[in-house]
Ligand binder design. Structure first.
Ligand code: NAI
Length: 331
C-alpha cells in the first residue's frame, strides 16, 4: 500500500473547506488508491466549528483517510505536509479599502509562508485559493525563498472550468468533449477567458470552438463577461460565494499537477511568470500549462491576436498594480 500523503487545507472551517475536505478524503484529489492524512487549519474563533468538521470526517468513515489534524496552530498544521491548499484569508467586507484587505492578507501569507518553508515536507506543492489569489501566492513565494517557485501556484481552474461549462451549454455538447480553453492573468474580473485554441472532440475529429460557435460577437463579448462575472452571479443567487465548484476545481488543479494532464490537453494554472507571451516576469499569472512527472510547463508558441494581446496586457497591468500595493503594505 502507498504511504499516506499529508494534505493541508487552511480556512478548513469555511465554506470551501467544508466542500473540499470530503473530496480529498474520498480520493477525488489524489486518486482512489492514495491514502491521505488531512491537516486542517483555521483561526481560534472558528476552532469549535473546525472540530465539528473533524467529527464529521470521523463519522464519514472514509477508507482512504488515515488521520486528521485539526488545529489553530500554524506550525502544527504545516508540519510534514506534502500538499498545501491555502483557502484561509481575510475577506473583503463592505466599506473596506482595497489596501486594507491587501494588508491583512499580505501579513497572513507572509507568516504562513515562513511556517511552510520551515515545517512542510521537502518538495511541498502549494495551491493558493484565497483572494487575491495571485498576489497572495506571490507573497507566499517571496517569503518562502527555499520553496522552489515551480511549487507555488494559484487557482484559476475554476474560471477554466466555467469557460468549458459555458461552451458546452452553448453548443449542447458534453463538457468532457470541450478542451483547451485558456484563462490568462488574474483570478479577477480582468481575467481573459480565451477560446481561440479550444476544440470540441467529435466523431469526425477535433473541431475548433470558434468555428462551431460561429458567433464572434458572442465569443468576444458575452462569453467573456459571463465567465469573468460568474463569481458575482453565484453570490447573487446563493448569497454565498462559489464553494462546491471552487473545491472541485482545487481537486482538479492538484490532481492534474501531480498525476499529469491528458495527452493533447492543457489546463490553466496561476504560476510564476518567466516572461512567456511577453507577460511581465515575476508575477503569478494564469497560463495554459501541461503537467507531467509532478511539474507544470507553460504551453509555448500559441499565436496571440491583437484582441487577445490587449486583454493579456490589461490583466497583467492589474497584477503589477496589485504587486505594488502588496509591497507597499510590507513597508
Ligand atoms: P469563508 O469565509 O467561508 O472561509 C474562510 C475561512 O478562512 C474561515 O473559516 C476563516 O476563519 C478562515 N481564516 C481566516 N483567516 C485565516 C488564517 N489566517 N489562517 C487560517 N484560516 C483563516 O470563505 P470561502 O467561501 O471558503 O472562501 C475562501 C477564500 O477563497 C476567499 O478568499 C474567497 O475569496 C476565495 N475564493 C477563491 C476562488 C478561486 O477561484 N481562486 C473561488 C472562490 C473563492
Amino acid at each position: 500500500a502507498k504511504d499516506p500523503v499529508r494534505v493541508l487545507v487552511t480556512g478548513a472551517a469555511g465554506q470551501i473547506g467544508y466542500a473540499l475536505v470530503p473530496m480529498i478524503a474520498r480520493g477525488v484529489m489524489l486518486g482512489p488508491d492514495q491514502p491521505v492524512i488531512l491537516h486542517m487549519l483555521d483561526i481560534p474563533p472558528a476552532a469549535e466549528s473546525l472540530n465539528g468538521v473533524k467529527m464529521e470526517l470521523v463519522d464519514a468513515a472514509f477508507p482512504l483517510l488515515k488521520g486528521v489534524v485539526a488545529t489553530t496552530d500554524v506550525v502544527e498544521a504545516c508540519t510534514g505536509v506534502n500538499i498545501a491548499v491555502m483557502v484561509g484569508g481575510f475577506p473583503r467586507k463592505e466599506g473596506m479599502e482595497r489596501k486594507d484587505v491587501m494588508s491583512k492578507n499580505v501579513s497572513i501569507y507572509k507568516s504562513q509562508a515562513s511556517a511552510l518553508e520551515k515545517h512542510a515536507a521537502a518538495n511541498c506543492k502549494v495551491l493558493v485559493v484565497a483572494n487575491p489569489a495571485n498576489t497572495n501566492a506571490l507573497i507566499l513565494k517571496e517569503f518562502a525563498p527555499s520553496i522552489p517557485e515551480k511549487n507555488i501556484s494559484c487557482l484559476t481552474r475554476l474560471d477554466h472550468n466555467r469557460a468549458l461549462g459555458q461552451i458546452s451549454e452553448r453548443l449542447g455538447v458534453q463538457v468532457s468533449e470541450v478542451k483547451n480553453v485558456i484563462i490568462w492573468g488574474n483570478h479577477s474580473s480582468t481575467q481573459y477567458p480565451d477560446v481561440n485554441h479550444a476544440t470540441v472532440t467529435t466523431p469526425a475529429g477535433d473541431k475548433s470552438v470558434r468555428e462551431l460557435v460561429a458567433d464572434d460577437a458572442w465569443l468576444n463579448g458575452e462569453f467573456i463577461t459571463t465567465v469573468q462575472q460568474r463569481g458575482a452571479a453565484i453570490i447573487k443567487a446563493r448569497k454565498l460565494s462559489s464553494a462546491l465548484s471552487a473545491a472541485s476545481a482545487a481537486c482538479d488543479h492538484i490532481r492534474d499537477w501531480v498525476l499529469g494532464t491528458p495527452q493533447g490537453t492543457w489546463v490553466s494554472m496561476g504560476v510564476y511568470s518567466d516572461g512567456s507571451y511577453n507577460v511581465p516576469a515575476g508575477l503569478i499569472y494564469s497560463f495554459p500549462v501541461t503537467c507531467a512527472n509532478g511539474e507544470w510547463t507553460i504551453v509555448q508558441g500559441l499565436p496571440i491576436d491583437e484582441f487577445s494581446r490587449k486583454k493579456l496586457d490589461l490583466t497583467g497591468e492589474e497584477l503589477s498594480e496589485e504587486k505594488a500595493l502588496a509591497y507597499s503594505c510590507l513597508s
